[in-house]
Design a protein around this ligand. Structure first.
Ligand code: PEP
Length: 252
């Protein structure tokens, strides 16, 4: 954790979840009600198809809903794409950009991720910008160079009206049950913090840095204890309320 930073536990449902899954969100929302008020922010990024219903369910609570991608333009001839204005129109407040699955499946480059992040921040959304090395990059000792290039290339110069959040997600740890050592996460997050302070000065000290990659209730407390880890981006374990809330308990 970073002193003075309110942690964020964010879920990423990826391409999972039908209308019947909204019951899980309802349980998560109820856990965030006043009275149970957690010491951290909670967000779940659902598929576009559930965005409006999920946001309606979460309204008037401190539980937030986000999307998993956006286009860099506000409207136009971009078949199948979704703009930040549409996301806001659904009532959602955050967008994940540059997830490694999009960088891999759709060939998204840093410059494209930057465009999406700028669009989200200009609209006033929280932009969760994902970075992380592949297994071969880690094995060849390139991790910090990869993180630097991704940070330089895909993090905007200013948060505009929104909030920049950076998520470190080693690609080889996503969905595999593998996690880096505490020392490796600490090295990456301290490096990211220093980069942000070099670039943004004092403001860089309060940008939230999430760790993502096989976060589970069983390892959440240990991960949360690492300096400069200000929360988690959770994939598989965010699909079930019992697991997601089990992770949230580490932040109480
Ligand atoms: C993710 O995809 O952002 C992620 C961290 O997945 P998982 O928690 O399943 O490893």
């Amino acid at each position: 954790m970073t002193p003075g930073i309110r942690p964020l536990v964010a879920g990423n449902w990826k391409m999972n979840g039908l209308k019947s899954a909204l019951g899980e969100l309802e349980i998560m929302r109820d856990a965030s009600k006043p009275g149970n008020k957690p010491n951290h922010d909670m967000l779940v990024c659902v598929p576009f198809t559930l965005l409006a219903q999920a946001a309606e369910m979460a309204s008037r609570s401190s539980f937030n809903i986000g999307a998993q991608d956006c286009h860099k333009n506000i409207s136009g001839a971009h078949t199948g794409d979704i703009s930040v204005e549409m996301i806001a129109d659904c009532g959602a407040e955050a967008v994940i950009v540059g997830h490694s699955e999009r960088r891999t499946d759709h060939g998204e480059t840093n410059i494209e991720v930057l465009g999406k992040a700028n669009a989200a921040l200009d609209w006033g959304h929280m932009a969760i910008i994902c970075i992380g090395e592949s297994e071969s990059q880690r094995k060849s000792g390139e991790t910090l160079n990869v993180l630097k290039a991704q940070m330089d290339g895909s993090i905007p110069d200013s948060p505009a009206n929104g909030e920049i959040v950076v998520a470190y997600e080693p690609i080889w740890a996503i969905g595999t049950g593998l996690t880096p050592t505490v020392q490796d996460i600490s090295e990456a997050h301290n490096f990211m913090r220093n980069e942000l302070v070099d670039r943004f000065g004092e403001a860089g000290k309060s940008i939230r840095l999430l760790y993502g990659g096989s976060v589970k209730p069983a390892n959440a407390k240990e991960l949360m204890g690492i300096d400069n880890v200000d929360g988690a981006l959770v994939g598989g374990a965010s699909l079930k309320a019992v697991d997601f809330l089990g992770i949230c308990e580490a932040y109480q």
